[in-house]
Write a new protein. Sequence first.
Length: 273
Amino acid sequence: MGIFAAVQMTSGPDVAANLATAEPLIARAAQSGAAVVLLPENFNFIGRRDIDKREVAEALGHGPTQDFLAQTAQRHGITLIGGTQPLRSDAQDGRVTNTTLVYDPRGTCVARYDKIHLFDVDVPGKPGENYRESSHVAPGQQVVTVDTPVGRVGLSVCYDMRFPELYRRLMVAGAEILVMPAAFTVPTGRAHWETLLRARAIENLSYVFAAAQSGVHPNGRETYGDTIAIDPWGRVLRRLPRGSGVVCADVDLNALRRVRAEFPALSNRVLDA
């Protein structure tokens, strides 16, 4: 048993300001007893232009955001899952990665996940609202899990949640908790957010924590919010529909294992991931 927390915020183009916003929310989660805290996608930077992320991308190892994550995890004695941030990549065309870094309570980076599925979409019903994440982001290739004080976490990001085969591979790797830091659009959020998240929890008999961006950003785009915690039976435990704040919920691995034993859908699976 342990407490897992997910943070909701509204990030903008000032990295220092975003980190200053995140810090008290992380502190609130730690004060509530959370052993693991999840930040949203792009928590440290949402630029006025998509290309701006290239300018703030850090090299892996050190930089304002990475140092903040390491120091904050150590100060509060928590495992801190850093939503996503842009990191420099080896791509010849200068694209960055959209990367989740995980820091343990000693402030050591213990896992890295680069977002695999990139959001290249024209939003239905919203003429002119289009996204081409791949223009400035190089996709990841590796499926990643990491052990934390409350269980083994399978890492994923936002648009990944539409690709269930990724989560089957995370199950093979032993995931018990699925995290989905996100910056979901409002139209797709209204239509699909809760349905997709509950489906991923139900089909994988896993906890799901989704930390969201919420509200109107300086670039004029609006994100859906609704940071949420879901149990392995698909029940919503806690949620924060709008605004900034923290969602905390208990993770009970004994209950998870009991559900998986009593309803053995994972072991009944026939097709490979």
